[in-house]
Design a protein around this ligand. Structure first.
Ligand SMILES: Nc1ncnc2c1ncn2[C@@H]1O[C@H](COP(=O)(O)OP(=O)(O)O)[C@@H](O)[C@H]1O
Ligand SMILES: [Mg+2]
Length: 252
């Protein structure tokens, strides 16, 4: 297998990242989402994030995508232009531009987009990036086919889709623009084993093309197939960062 890893360069450097939630309704209790999390993700690497429910996995991904504003810490990200941007503190405008151009995020759920076909949802980011309509739709069809979404659904509205069908639209949309950094929060949880395998294949080829990924997956087989290293969280803190082989020895 060819590899495009550049182990000497950090794509993402997470430094003492914390996220606390002030719960005003609960007489100002503070809930810890993340506490002093540090990690380095190399260019082209896949870092799996594991931990029990409530350990902070989603909070970490949301802080990286800045859907959560971190309480403290820094997230240095090396942009396509060769700049380094702190995702924890950069302007809203910078983060929006990065999301449009090079940082993708896939959650477990597809946000509702009423009356837009699956094909249009997947091709839209490409068209917005200046790709022609025909080319954007071709790429969208390619991705939806690779994810085994039945062609009769391509022109239908995902509002009526099953969870697994929505997840595939979600994933296709994020992969369409070939992001440099892809954040994945249980993106295959609703897929059956066969479509999950198709999704994992597609992610693998995207990794081979050089995309850096941080991903939460419950299935150890998926972690084994995709991950280079594993970050283990407990109660918002890093317990361990290990090579995937060492991690799998522990869980198998
Ligand atoms: N928006 C939020 N408001 C309040 N607490 C939150 C919020 N998001 C996450 N938390 C809390 O942060 C902790 C970590 O949650 P989360 O990151 O969702 O964990 P995981 O994805 O590992 O299940 C939990 O205690 C959770 O209740
Ligand atoms: Mg979660």
């Amino acid at each position: 297998m060819t590899t495009t890893h550049h182990p000497e360069t950090a794509q993402l450097s997470i430094d003492s990242l914390s996220k606390r939630f002030e719960m005003h309704v609960l007489s100002n209790t503070t809930v810890v989402g993340l506490e002093d999390v540090s990690a380095t993700i190399r260019d082209g690497e896949f870092l799996a994030v594991v931990g029990e429910s409530g350990s902070g996995k989603s909070s970490l991904l949301k802080c990286l995508y800045r859907s959560y504003e971190p309480t403290a810490g820094a997230v240095r990200y090396a942009t396509d232009d060769g700049d380094v941007v702190d995702l924890a503190s950069c302007s809203e405008r910078t983060i929006l531009a990065l999301r449009e151009g090079e940082i993708g995020y896939v959650s477990q759920f597809l946000e509702e987009i009423p009356r837009v076909s699956a094909l249009d949802i997947v091709s839209r980011p490409l068209r917005e990036a200046g790709v022609s309509d025909d080319e954007a739709r071709d790429r969208a069809r390619e991705l939806l086919a690779a994810l085994e979404l039945p062609p009769e659904l391509w022109k239908a509205y995902p509002a009526t889709f099953s969870g697994g069908e929505r997840q595939r639209v979600n994933l296709a949309k994020a992969l369409a623009t070939e992001p440099s950094l892809l954040l994945l929060d249980e993106p295959t949880s609703a897929l059956d084993p066969e479509t999950r395998a198709a999704a994992v294949d597609l992610l693998r080829s995207s990794l081979a093309d050089g995309t850096t990924m941080v991903g939460v997956f419950h299935n150890p087989d998926v972690v084994a197939t995709l991950a280079d290293r594993v970050l283990v969280l407990d109660d918002g803190s890093v317990v361990d960062t290990v090579d995937v082989d060492a991690y799998l020895e522990g869980v198998r």
